[in-house]
Design a protein. Structure first.
Length: 198
């Protein structure tokens, strides 16, 4: 029951949500500190998702930890010559989407057949899609926000069903922020990039 889930909220989940929102707001502003918030949030979520048997999501958060370090390094290194927002061609998007669906089908089958994973195909899709979208954020690719809109919408019912209502609420906020992030980055695409904050 959702009511029982709300009653049993974890302070760790609450902290992870606060850090995750801070990450997204700072990423929208192209502020390098976003990656420090991502590191803290993903460390917590690695454990939380494992505990509710969303193994692909847990593994994804290990990847997020690595990408938080990479993103910090990459954005800091670009401080002298700021990293510009870029876009991908429709052909590249098609190739990436086909690849995500194929890998998701394979890992979903394996997780479903060999582990007690919940929602194995959906978990796989959101995981592999998030791998790509996170890489796009680190490289400042505009369309990362569109990927996140789809992925966040898919994740919400999964988190509700798994007893993580605060995380489901976080992803609902993510939907709105991703739309705002896309709008903001699209406007900035034609402008010279600002110097990143240290």
């Amino acid at each position: 029951m959702i009511d029982a889930s709300w009653a049993a909220l974890s302070p760790w989940e609450a902290l992870a949500v606060v850090l995750a929102i801070a990450y997204l707001l700072l990423a929208m502003a192209e502020h390098v500190v976003c990656w420090a918030c991502a590191l803290g949030s993903t460390a917590i979520y690695t454990v939380l998702f494992f505990d509710v048997r969303l193994f692909m999501e847990s593994g994804l958060n290990v990847y997020y930890l690595v990408m938080a370090v990479y993103g910090w390094y990459h954005w800091r290194r670009a401080a002298a010559a700021p990293l510009a927002i870029s876009t991908w061609s429709p052909r590249r998007h098609c190739a990436v989407l086909v690849g995500v669906l194929a890998v998701s089908a394979a890992s979903g089958y394996l997780m479903g057949a060999h582990t007690p994973a919940e929602w194995p195909y959906v978990d796989s899709f959101t995981t592999w899609g998030s791998v790509v979208a996170t890489w796009m954020v680190a490289r400042k690719t505009l369309e990362n926000w569109l990927y996140w809109i789809v992925l966040d919408a898919v994740c919400i019912p999964v988190f509700i069903e798994r007893g993580l209502p605060l995380t489901a609420a976080l992803y609902a906020v993510y939907l709105v922020l991703a739309a705002l992030g896309y709008r903001r980055w699209r406007r900035r695409l034609a402008r010279p990039p600002d110097v990143l904050a240290a």
